[in-house]
Design a protein around this ligand. Structure first.
Ligand code: ADP
Ligand code: MG
Length: 504
C-alpha cells in the first residue's frame, strides 16, 4: 500500500434518480499519470469531486498516502495534497500572476516570508517549464497563460495529487504538449495525476495506466502499454464503434455558398479579417480554430445576426446566386440556409414550446396535413411522432416542453428538424459541444448523410477530432484570418495545430 497515493474502495454516490458512482474502487499509484476514461455521464466527475472534497460520498472508504481519511472540504483535500485543477481558472484579473498565486495561502495553512515567495514562484516556473511572466497583470494574459497560473497555485500549495477533469478540451495541440511535459515532471518527482477524459487518443498520449468507467461503475483498469483502443472502446460503450467506418468523400459539386473578403468589427476590434471561403455542394468544409479566434462573429455574420464592416456573402438559392449580405436572418433561414447553433438552448429551440412545436418550427408537412388554411393537427402529430422515433429523440411524449430534454436530445431534435427540411446549405457551429459520445456519433452520421445527399456544409468546430473525422477540406482560422486550407489528403494534424496557434 506504500506505493499508493489514493485507494478508494466501494464508493457509492446517488443523486435523485441516478447512481452516479456505484461501488467504485480506484487506485492511484505514486509517480503515475492515471487516465480516467468514460463517456459523458459515466460518473468520472462525481468520483473526482468526492476525492476533492466537493461532494460527500454515500458509502465507501478512501485512503490517501496509506491513511484512512474523511475528505469533507477542498481544504481537507488540500491538506492531503489533493488539488483539483478547475476548468476555468479562478483569478483576480487586476492582480498580477504572483499575487494570484499567493492569495489564500495563509488560509491554506501555508505561511511563507514574503520576500521568499517571489523567488519560490520564479523557481517553480523554471523547474516545471511553466512559461508565464509572474509580474504581468492577469488581464493581459491569454486564456492559456491564465491556465498555467493554476499549476503554480497547486505547486506552491504543495499539492502532490493533481486532478485534471476534461481540461484539455479547449487547449491547442502545442498547449497540450506543454501540459503533458508538466504532468510527466510532476508525476515523476513523487506526485501523481488523475487525468479525466472521454477522448480515446488522450489515453495513449498521456497515460501510464487507464481506468474505464461506464454507467457509474468501473469496468476495468489496465497498463496503457497493454491495452488497445478497440478494447477500451468496447468497455466504454459496451460495443465497438470505429470512427474509420464513417464513409467519406463524394465528388463535390457547384459552389453553393461564398464568403468574399469578409471583415467584422467588434467594438473597434477587427475580429474577422478578410475571410474568403467557397463552399461546394456535397462537401463538408471544416473550419478549425481555437475558440475565440473570430469563429463566433463569422458565424453570426453568416446567419445575419451581425453585419460585416466589409465584404459579401453569396448563396445559391433555388438555382440562383444571390447576394445575401444584407438579408435578415429569418429570410436566410427560410430560403434554405440551415443552422445548427452552438448555443442550442438559446438559438436552436424555443425552450418553452413543446417538442412537437419545436419540430414544426422548421418543417414542411405533407400536403394532406395542411390544405388551404386548415391544419390537420392529428396528421401533424402523427408525423412528428414518426420523426421522434426515426431520430431516436428520448422524450416521454411530443407534448413535453423542449427545455426538459437532455442536451443530446435537444441537439437531435434540431438536427431532425433541419434534416427533414432537406437543406442545401448547412452551417454547423460546434454541433456536438458537450454531447456524450453516442449522441456525437449520431450527429456525425447525420452530417455525413446530408453531405452525401448533396448539402454544402460548413462545419465550424474547436474539436479537432471532429474536424478531422468529418471534413473533406479543412480551413484553419487564427486571429480572424484564414491561415491555410487543406484537402483531406494533405491535412496533417501537426500542421493544422501549428497554424491554429501561430501568431502573425
Ligand atoms: N450535482 C448533481 N446532481 C444531480 N445529478 C448529478 C450531479 N452530478 C452528476 N450527476 C449525475 O450523475 C451522473 C454522472 O455524472 P458525472 O459524474 O458528471 O459524469 P462524467 O463526469 O463521467 O460525465 C450523470 O447522470 C449526472 O447527470
Ligand atoms: Mg465530467
Amino acid at each position: 500500500m506504500n506505493n499508493l497515493a489514493i485507494k478508494a474502495v466501494g464508493i457509492t454516490k446517488r443523486f435523485p434518480g441516478v447512481t452516479a458512482n456505484d461501488n467504485v474502487s480506484f487506485e492511484l499509484r505514486v509517480g503515475e499519470i492515471h487516465v480516467l476514461l468514460g463517456e459523458n455521464g459515466a460518473g468520472k466527475t462525481t468520483l473526482m469531486n468526492i476525492l476533492a472534497g466537493l461532494y460527500s460520498k454515500d458509502s465507501g472508504e478512501i485512503y490517501v498516502w496509506g491513511q484512512k481519511v474523511e475528505i469533507k472540504s477542498p481544504q481537507d483535500a488540500l491538506k492531503l495534497g489533493i488539488y483539483l485543477v478547475p476548468q476555468t481558472p479562478k483569478l483576480v484579473r487586476s492582480m498580477t500572476v504572483l499575487e494570484n498565486v499567493v492569495i489564500g495561502l495563509k488560509k491554506a495553512g501555508i505561511i511563507l516570508p514574503t520576500r521568499k515567495v517571489r523567488d519560490l514562484v520564479e523557481g517553480l516556473t523554471k523547474s516545471y517549464h511553466i512559461i508565464v511572466d509572474i509580474d504581468a497583470p492577469v488581464y493581459r494574459l491569454s486564456a492559456s497563460e491564465q491556465k498555467r497560473i493554476e499549476l503554480l497555485k497547486a505547486l506552491i500549495r504543495h499539492a502532490r495529487i493533481l486532478i485534471f477533469d476534461e481540461l484539455t478540451t479547449s487547449l491547442s495541440p502545442s498547449e497540450k504538449a506543454d501540459l503533458l511535459k508538466f504532468m510527466r515532471k510532476f508525476a515523476r518527482s513523487g506526485g501523481a495525476i488523475i487525468f479525466v477524459t472521454h477522448k480515446m487518443h488522450e489515453v495513449f498520449e498521456v497515460g501510464d495506466r487507464v481506468t474505464v468507467m461506464r454507467n457509474g461503475r468501473v469496468v476495468g483498469t489496465f497498463d496503457v502499454s497493454e491495452v488497445t483502443p478497440d478494447k477500451l472502446t468496447e468497455l466504454m460503450f459496451g460495443k465497438s464503434i470505429k470512427p474509420e467506418s464513417i464513409p467519406r468523400l463524394t465528388k463535390p459539386g457547384d459552389v453553393m455558398f461564398r464568403i468574399d473578403n469578409l471583415w467584422v468589427d467588434l467594438d473597434g476590434y477587427k475580429c474577422v479579417r478578410g475571410v474568403s471561403l467557397d463552399l461546394h455542394s456535397g462537401e463538408i468544409l471544416g473550419l478549425a480554430g481555437v475558440a475565440g479566434n473570430g469563429q463566433k462573429e463569422l458565424v453570426e455574420t453568416i446567419i445575419g445576426i451581425r453585419q460585416p464592416s466589409k465584404g459579401k456573402i453569396y448563396a445559391k438559392l433555388n438555382g440562383k446566386f444571390v447576394d445575401i449580405t444584407d438579408k435578415p436572418t429569418i429570410w436566410r433561414l427560410k430560403s434554405g440556409i440551415s443552422y445548427i447553433p452552438e448555443d442550442r438552448i438559446r438559438q436552436g429551440i424555443i425552450p418553452d414550446m413543446t417538442v412537437m412545436e419545436n419540430v414544426i418550427l422548421g418543417f414542411r408537412f405533407s400536403e394532406d396535413a395542411i390544405s388551404g388554411l386548415l391544419i390537420n393537427w392529428s396528421k401533424i402529430k402523427a408525423q412528428v411522432s414518426e420523426i421522434i422515433k426515426k431520430y431516436e429523440i428520448a422524450t416521454p411524449s411530443a407534448d413535453v416542453l423542449a427545455k426538459y430534454l437532455s442536451g443530446g436530445n435537444i441537439q437531435k431534435l434540431i438536427i431532425a428538424r433541419e434534416f427533414e427540411s432537406k437543406p442545401t446549405i448547412l452551417i454547423a457551429f460546434n454541433p456536438t459541444l458537450g454531447l456524450d459520445a453516442s449522441s456525437t456519433r449520431y450527429i456525425w452520421e447525420m452530417l455525413i448523410e446530408m453531405r452525401n445527399k448533396g448539402a454544402a456544409i460548413l462545419l465550424i468546430s474547436e474539436d479537432l477530432d471532429e474536424i478531422l473525422s468529418l471534413s473533406d477540406r479543412i480551413a484553419v482560422i487564427s486571429e480572424g484570418e484564414i491561415r491555410g486550407i487543406f484537402s483531406r489528403e494533405e491535412a496533417r494534424l501537426d500542421d493544422i495545430g501549428r497554424l491554429m496557434v501561430r501568431a502573425k
